[in-house]
Design a protein around this ligand. Structure first.
Ligand code: CA
Length: 227
């Protein structure tokens, strides 16, 4: 789950980014409208957390440009001061957006972001199942049969992408794009290492599902004990 965070206040931006990363999101933090548009031109995002008062352009202009480009239904959480919101509330699309007033609690931000992600057309809709595996996208918890599976953040993200694909191949590049923001320090085999750990945990939990490597292409879940 990859989020574009647009906030010009450095301290707030860093605090929100750290919090969302801790909660399992890949986050690209940017500080102005131009940077937001540049990031969105090269990456696909599941949601945007957007400050309206930006130094170079109004946040609503950023949102209109993103929606008019390659992110038409982008779930959006607007972060703003009350006076700024009242002038612009007419720009909100009730289906895709929510807003949160500064100052706010980080847990509330997280809850609101998950709420916009759960709306129709957004990704965070469901509990996914494949074989004996389950993944609850809202709580980010995984299970094998009735037992919960203890996963680290990136392992959970890999499982989430694979289980959503329902046994279809997930291309490695797409998986990396969903998992890592631009600023994340990603070594060449970070994804392979995460997949290896996830495989060991699935085996240890006695799952009937394994992760199959399609060499040079990507990964997929398959039912059966595997190679
Ligand atoms: Ca601002």
């Amino acid at each position: 789950m990859r989020v574009l965070l647009v906030e010009d206040h450095k301290g707030l931006r860093e605090m929100i980014a750290a919090h969302l990363r801790e909660r399992g999101f890949a986050v690209d933090p940017v500080s102005c409208g131009e940077e937001a548009l540049a990031a969105a031109a090269t990456a696909a995002y599941d949601a945007i957390v957007l400050d309206l008062g930006l130094p170079d352009m109004d946040g609503m202009v950023v949102l209109r440009r993103l929606r008019g480009g390659r992110h038409p239904g982008l779930p959006t959480l607007i972060v703003t001061a009350r006076d700024s919101l009242e002038a612009r509330v007419g720009g909100l699309d009730a289906g895709a957006d929510d807003y949160i007033l500064k100052p706010f609690d980080l847990l509330e931000l997280d809850a609101r972001l998950r709420a916009v992600l759960r709306r129709p057309g957004a990704r965070l809709a469901a509990i996914y199942r494949y074989g004996d595996l389950g993944f609850d996208a809202a709580s980010r918890t995984a299970s094998v049969g009735n037992a919960s599976l203890d996963l680290r953040r990136r392992e959970a993200s890999v499982l989430e992408e694979l289980i959503r694909a329902g046994g279809q191949i997930v291309v490695k590049d797409a998986l990396e794009e969903r998992l890592y923001g631009f600023d994340d320090d990603v070594s060449g085999n970070a994804l392979e290492a995460t997949v290896s750990r996830l495989r060991r945990k699935l085996t240890a939990a006695g799952s009937a599902v394994h992760i199959e490597t399609t060499r040079g292409i990507g990964y997929r879940l398959q039912i059966g004990s595997g190679p």
